[in-house]
Design a protein around this ligand. Structure first.
Ligand SMILES: CC(C)(COP(=O)(O)OP(=O)(O)OC[C@H]1O[C@@H](n2cnc3c(N)ncnc32)[C@H](O)[C@@H]1OP(=O)(O)O)[C@@H](O)C(=O)NCCC(=O)NCCS
Length: 451
């Protein structure tokens, strides 16, 4: 029994450790939709947030309250009014919003105060601090429609928020803001979370929502749903938005995506849209390589791109030392030159410090990731992982179901990232014929996520 436990627990723990390490000290803004709370997800989300915070992440939590406000309005016999996709906050709606926010704040603070008995966080204390960190301004009158007490974010109190986060407390924000004259404005959760993420230059903006994520290509030719895009480059996200309103995307998905794009363009490297329907969704997205839901990422920041003929010199300079010490198998220069388009590279100010190539075997629906290398000066900062993701994306775009590597020294790096060892006979026949028996490389395969 304990042997089985060791076999499952130890590798699992080791696979998670790099992510714990990577996220320590980072700032995440997490927005939980009112729908998630309505669906009874608050206790499990609170538990997971407490755990994430205990692993050194600074968290600003923003709650939504659309269904709760509508419920209050219904109880008062009032119909919610919207225009331009925004709520019109008249005096009744403002009362309802204040009541709903008060109630939800109370529930969230209570959930974090339970000492979390019988949970993985038993005995932990999570201090939650709310306050008037958002200055708002009125939406005003749009096309003749007076939005009354609906507002927009005017300013975020960054020094105030930073002070609290540095104290080790979690910040809790409601979608409310006040004008300098003390007037209250009803804001959207999405705008508050996005503005705070931008103002703090957070490392992540995360929406926990009723939608599963984004499908850039909604259906395959047979009419089946395509998988969710686990990673959506910013340019692709902008292209999708430009096509809006798309009949294949529920309006809410577009709304979340708009905010992710805004955050990404303003310097928040990663924005996520996650489904609350999946238990443990925050843990799965943050601490597992493939994640769940959609992550919008600004790849320009990373200078991760496909290689061209100008990169040949840089690629050679990078891989040569590893060919010499036997870590990488030596490739003919003419071969690399011919196949330079198969390479993806990370460059910084014109210097290439990471690369890998994808050689596809379309008839076997697999591809080899070759020559994965990160410059010794920048190893250990996640670049190897970024290149791996890029190669996975390229493989998916070519309709491949898996990628494989042959390695003599780097087996554990790949095992930690979802590869499994297979016999040499697994390789496509054409690749088997080229297998160098003397090198005795191990073959590792990773199935690509096709959820
Ligand atoms: C393997 C390689 C590409 C990883 O690049 P990287 O940018 O350092 O990778 P990441 O930052 O994403 O991951 C770093 C982690 O991998 C670990 N790691 C690095 N080399 C490893 C190896 N050979 N075996 C197991 N783990 C390794 C590091 O210790 C680090 O772990 P930590 O975060 O717990 O400290 C890089 O080490 C490299 O270029 N190695 C030489 C070439 C090579 O072996 N290529 C593979 C050919 S098949």
């Amino acid at each position: 029994m304990s042997t089985v436990f060791n076999f499952t627990f130890v590798p699992w723990f080791r696979s998670v450790a790099p992510y714990i390490h990577m996220h320590r000290g980072k700032t995440f803004v997490v927005a939980i939709s009112g729908e998630a709370i309505e669906a009874g997800k608050l206790p499990s989300l609170v538990q997971d947030l407490a755990m994430i915070q205990s692993m050194g992440v600074k968290i600003v939590l923003v709650h939504g309250f659309r269904p709760q406000v509508n419920e209050q309005l219904a109880a008062k016999g009032h119909t919610p009014q919207y225009s331009h996709g925004m709520r019109i906050t008249d005096s009744v709606a403002l009362d309802c919003a204040q009541e709903a926010a008060g109630q939800l704040r109370y529930e969230i603070e209570a959930a974090f105060s339970q000492g979390l008995p019988n949970t993985p966080m038993a005995g932990a204390t999570v201090r939650v601090i709310s306050g008037n960190f958002i200055t708002a301004k009125p939406v005003g009158i749009l096309d003749g429609v007076d939005f009354q007490n609906s507002g927009l974010v005017r300013k975020v109190d960054v020094p105030g928020l930073s002070k609290i986060l540095n104290l080790g407390a979690m910040v809790l924000l409601s979608p409310f803001g006040f004008s300098p004259t003390g007037e209250a404005f009803n804001l959207t959760m999405e705008e508050v979370a996005t503005s705070v993420a931008i103002a703090l230059q957070a490392d992540k903006l995360i929406f926990v929502t009723e939608v599963p994520g984004i499908r850039s290509r909604p259906q395959d030719p047979a009419g089946e749903d395509n998988p969710i895009d686990t990673e959506l480059p910013l340019a692709e996200a902008e292209r999708l938005l430009a096509k809006e309103p798309s009949p294949t995307q529920p309006t809410d998905t577009g709304f979340y995506l708009q905010h992710c794009v805004k955050a990404c363009k303003a310097g928040v490297e990663r924005s996520h849209i996650l489904p609350f329907a999946v238990d443990g969704v925050l843990l799965l997205e943050i601490y597992v390589h493939d994640g769940i839901g959609t992550m919008v990422v600004d790849e320009r920041l990373e200078s991760l791109r496909e290689a061209n003929s100008d990169d040949l010199g840089g690629v050679l300079q990078l891989i040569e030392p590893f060919e010499q010490d036997g870590t990488l198998v030596r490739r003919e220069r003419t071969e690399i030159e011919r196949d330079i388009g198969n390479y993806s590279v990370i460059d910084h100010d014109g210097v290439i410090f990471g690369c890998a190539a994808l050689y596809a075997y379309p008839e076997n629906r697999t591809g080899e990731m070759a020559a994965l290398t990160v410059s010794p000066h920048s190893q250990g900062q996640g670049d190897g992982e970024k290149i791996l993701r890029r190669i996975e994306q390229r493989a998916k775009a070519q309709d491949l179901d898996s990628i494989f590597v042959l390695t003599t020294r780097t087996m554990h790096w790949f095992l930690k990232r979802g590869f499994v060892q297979v016999p040499i006979e697994w390789l496509p026949e054409a690749r088997q014929r080229k297998y160098n028996v003397d090198r005795r490389s191990v073959v590792l395969v990773k199935k690509l996520n096709t959820n």
